[in-house]
Design a protein around this ligand. Structure first.
Ligand code: F0G
Length: 351
């Protein structure tokens, strides 16, 4: 009982922390596991959304960042650094601000959703726009962390994955067992790795009788794992997952194979269709990258790879407000009317 005080306090005995670890938290975690009847009907399964956009900075990255920043501060770090397609930078900046340390951020120039850029800057990050893509930024960040007194907080930092595995713990607690299938978007492949670790630990601990099949989805223009080779110039409207050489590639393949799952590509059109469906029929506004999990759900539901009647969880990783430009360019332009009831009624087609 008592109030929620973040995932380190909630799962302290299952995380690599001890009594001396300073807890840097914004009370992340404990996100909704929301039934999605509109999706269940479409695919003939029992579908839930793990709504990670409900975290403090609007994405699942907060789960990893409370751990990474707490451990960094505990080890005496005065600065953290990350490469990012946007969400990691927003989260790192917020947790660094909370801890009173410096945050440096490397992002691909012109390829970050506006809301994410605004967050990182609002929280006071030292943000550099790099003439290159995410993979280039990650290489640079790794080099800087090696040569300078600054801790890397990308998902290559194992503390990040431990934080993110707690989403699986929450799902098992809510459902009373693991689901049959878990769908999620794959970018740098840290999150699918973390969920697989979390489900595995729950299984070993006896909290779940089984582990789910992991279904990961990359954007078609940025699908190195599906293609089996690095994509030098990844391209997709889903900028969050515009990644051509994922850091946790091998771990994602292991999660797929050990679980009897799959990693497939979804097109930008499928991502957009899922994005609209989620907003208009499920009532959940996510960012484009997050819609990849639901695009994959719909694709595997249609082609028969998703078992009928299965219990399925789709992680929707980030809030739709992260990317107002994507929302506006996929919506009708609002009509302007005079300050007049009759004009409003006419414009709305009210009889
Ligand atoms: N969804 C969103 C909204 C993301 O921001 C990311 C990754 C992913 C899915 C993919 O997760 O990388 O663990 O496979 N964003 C990172 C970032 C790369 O910098 O914010 P992953």
């Amino acid at each position: 009982a008592g109030m929620w005080r973040g995932l380190i306090e909630a799962y302290r005995d299952r995380l690599p922390v001890d009594a001396a670890t300073p807890v840097v938290t914004l009370y992340e975690g404990n996100t909704p596991l929301l039934p999605a009847p509109a999706l269940s009907e479409r695919v003939g399964a029992d579908v839930f959304l793990k709504v990670e956009g409900a975290n403090p900075t609007g994405s699942f990255k907060d789960r990893g960042m409370t751990m990474a920043v707490s451990k960094a501060v505990g080890a005496g770090a005065e600065a953290v650094i990350c490469a990012s397609t946007g969400n990691t930078s927003a989260s790192a900046a917020a947790y660094a601000a909370r801890a009173g340390i410096t945050c440096a951020v490397l992002v691909p120039q012109g390829r970050i959703a506006l809301g994410k850029l605004a967050q990182a800057l609002a929280h006071g990050a030292r943000l550099l726009e790099v003439e290159g893509n995410f993979d280039d930024c990650l290489t640079l960040a790794g080099k800087l962390a090696q040569d300078h007194p600054v801790t890397l907080v990308n998902s290559v930092n194992p503390d990040r994955l431990h934080g993110q595995k707690t989403a699986a713990f929450e799902i098992v607690e809510s459902l009373g067992d693991a689901p049959d299938v878990h769908c999620l978007p794959v970018g740098n492949a840290g999150n699918i790795t973390a969920y697989w670790m979390g489900y595995g630990e729950d299984h070993v601990a006896g909290n779940a009788t089984r582990r789910p099949r992991m279904f990961g989805f990359q954007a078609a223009g940025a699908a190195p794992i599906v293609r089996g080779e690095v994509v030098r110039e990844p391209e997709t409207i889903a900028t969050a997952i515009r990644i051509g050489n994922p850091a946790s590639w091998a771990e994602a393949v292991a999660a797929r194979d050990e679980s009897g799952g799959l990693i497939d590509a979804v097109t930008d059109d499928e991502i957009l269709a899922a994005y609209r469906l989620l907003a208009r029929e499920v009532g959940v506004f996510v960012e484009l990258g997050s819609a990849a999990s639901v695009a994959g759900l719909l694709r595997t539901g249609a082609d028969g790879r998703l078992p009928r009647g299965a219990r399925v969880v789709c992680t929707v990783t980030g809030n739709g407000l992260k990317d107002p430009q994507a929302a506006m360019s996929n919506a009708d332009t609002p009509q302007t009317i005079p300050n007049d009831a009759a004009a409003a009624a006419a414009a709305l087609g009210l009889s």
